[in-house]
Design a protein around this ligand. Structure first.
Ligand code: COA
Length: 151
């Protein structure tokens, strides 16, 4: 496995928008093309392609909510044909490591539909814990405190 997170650009855009979740997962995630469009009107959200070697295998988006100042991972998906190989866990680990280096980011939030067992297990395994909140879409909200190095 050689997972890297890369800017969505002209060279990987088509591959990112072609990725589809597995049948039955459609209600868990917005289409990638919609998320990329949202990032154009809400530039505080950063869309990233998940590559394994040269192949685009998934997509994520993160950013800081302008009103609450909370950092959120707002999208995460791995294409149906690439799931269950550890790619999502590795991509999240890399994103969390990046966020931990950001001086203003001390914690990160993520959420999932209550029946999304895969997401719940994945997030718990990385240390996210339920806050007891549900967001406007009825998703279960989780939070991860980021380790801070230094003074
Ligand atoms: C959730 C999702 C991103 C996981 O991606 P993935 O690359 O297949 O996940 P990984 O291979 O890294 O698995 C990590 C852990 O997630 C859990 N998991 C992943 N797929 C699972 C499934 N189908 N059923 C149960 N648990 C699952 C397991 O705990 C797994 O750990 P294990 O392999 O040690 O048991 C993927 O299923 C997906 O894209 N789903 C559709 C979109 C979605 O639901 N996104 C999340 C929105 S909140």
């Amino acid at each position: 496995m050689a997972i890297t997170l890369r800017e969505v650009a002209i060279d990987n855009f088509n591959d990112v928008v072609r990725l589809q979740p597995a049948p039955g997962q459609e209600s868990f995630i917005a289409p990638n093309v919609l998320s990329i469009a949202q990032s154009k009107v809400a530039p505080n959200f950063v869309p990233l392609a998940i590559h394994n070697h040269g192949t685009v295998v998934g997509f994520l988006m993160f950013g800081q909510d302008i009103e609450t100042r909370r950092w959120h991972i707002v999208r995460l998906m791995i294409g149906e044909q690439y799931q269950r190989r550890g790619y999502a866990r590795e991509a999240l680990k890399q994103l969390i490591a990046q966020l931990a280096q950001h001086p203003e980011c001390e914690e990160v939030y993520i959420s999932y539909m209550p029946d999304n067992v895969a997401a719940e297990r994945l997030y718990e395994s990385l240390g996210f814990r339920k806050t007891g909140e549900f967001d406007d879409a009825g998703e279960v909200v989780m939070r991860l405190e980021l380790p801070k190095l230094g003074i």
